[in-house]
Ligand binder design. Structure first.
Ligand code: FES
Ligand SMILES: [Fe+2]
Length: 376
């Protein structure tokens, strides 16, 4: 008689220092956030030519502007003269040009050097050569994604591919027409935890029954601990008596026009590594963007997006927003509870993942590969 080996129930996590070591965080800045496509801003936040935002991507400040012709552009936020930071504000608006506050080198919204004191007396200076340094930019789901790599990885494979991997095809996400939705609410969370704890937490649902009473009321299958991200194409179904994806299961808004019949009354979640979570429900989309600032601090910006007519009508969004706001608060509280223990000797060689969390192990393998096998 042959016996088949049984896969072990418990799989190892990363050791604790992966969540606490500033050197490792620095390596992640270089090999993860500066190497991959990073979701920086919501395109509609830059609503007119001259609007700009500055975003920290890894170790760099990136300046994103809307040009006179209406396209988004991204640059390193560094003056080509002697390196002063060009824009120190997080957001703002200029009329025509970006002027360095140090010696007044002036760039147009396409990054070209257009003026500088005494520039006319330096005919040998090539203005094109001393323009701002461009950063690659792509728009998807109504957000601007930037990449600092000299040769950015395929956007189709690494970003859009996440939707295919999770939902089976891109049509499933395209039907929500996220790029045409309007911002109903934005909440920014300052989370005292490593970004990976937030990703790991989002990927599993073993904790749902314990910490998310409102969510498991709406999505009863979550009480079993199987994550929404566990099966390809699967969306968790609303409970029979649930009318909408709201804090008390009361009516939400009308189904987004192109959402398919079989996607109705379901919740889909996906992780777009490294820093984005997308949540799809019939009447809105919730999109999380993380900004890892340190090994133990991550800003999470969460947008609730609705059909434009819902937002324009001034409808009361509070019950709709409150559900995931509570989920966020419950999740981030759990992450903050975990962070200090990462430096405990009890977690020196890590913890374990139960079978419903095994896909988190794949995230760890992905991270180790990104770090190039060079870790401390
Ligand atoms: S450093 Fe910007 S003009 Fe001199
Ligand atoms: Fe959660």
């Amino acid at each position: 008689m042959t016996t088949h080996p049984v896969a072990p129930s418990l799989v190892a996590t990363l050791p604790g220092h992966y969540y606490t070591d500033p050197e490792l965080f620095r390596l992640e800045q270089e090999r993860v956030f500066e190497a991959l496509w990073f979701c920086a801003v919501r395109s509609a936040d830059l609503d007119k030519p001259g609007a700009f935002r500055t975003v920290q991507v890894g170790r760099e400040s990136v300046l994103i502007t809307r040009s006179r012709t209406g396209e988004l552009r991204a640059f390193l936020n560094v003056c080509r003269h002697r390196g002063a930071q060009l824009c120190t504000e997080e957001s703002g608006e200029v009329r025509r040009n970006l002027q360095c506050p140090y010696h007044a080198w002036t760039y147009d919204l396409d990054g070209k050097l257009v003026a500088a004191p005494n520039l006319t007396k330096m005919p040998d200076v090539d203005r094109a050569q001393y323009g701002l340094i461009t950063v690659a930019l792509r728009e998807w789901l109504g957000y601007a994604w930037v990449c600092l790599a000299d040769e950015p990885p395929s956007f189709e494979e690494t970003v859009i591919g996440a939707a295919v991997e999770r939902l089976g095809d891109t049509a499933a996400i395209d039907r929500y027409r996220t790029e045409g939705l309007a911002l109903g609410k934005r909440i920014t969370y300052d989370v005292r935890s490593n970004w990976k704890l937030i990703v790991e937490n989002f990927m599993e649902c073993y904790h749902c029954a314990t910490i998310h009473p409102e969510l498991t009321d709406v999505l009863p299958e979550f009480a079993d601990g199987y994550a929404a991200q566990y099966y390809v194409g699967h969306g968790a179904e609303f409970g029979d008596d649930v009318k909408g994806f709201t804090v008390d299961g009361s009516e939400g808004f009308g189904r987004l026009p192109e959402v398919a019949e079989d996607q109705d009354r379901r919740y889909y979640a996906m992780t777009v590594k490294p820093t984005v979570f997308v949540n799809l429900v019939p009447d809105h989309v919730i999109l999380h963007r993380m900004f890892p600032l340190a090994q133990d601090r991550t800003i999470v910006e969460c947008d609730w997006l609705y059909a434009p007519e819902v937002v324009e009508s001034g409808a009361d969004l509070s019950k709709s927003v409150e559900l995931f706001h509570r989920v966020n608060a419950q999740d981030f509280d759990a992450c903050e509870r975990t962070q200090p223990a990462m430096s405990s000797r009890a977690y020196r060689s890590g913890g374990v993942l139960v079978p419903t969390e095994h896909h988190i192990g794949i995230f760890h393998e992905w991270l180790l590969k990104q770090l190039g096998g060079e870790h401390v």
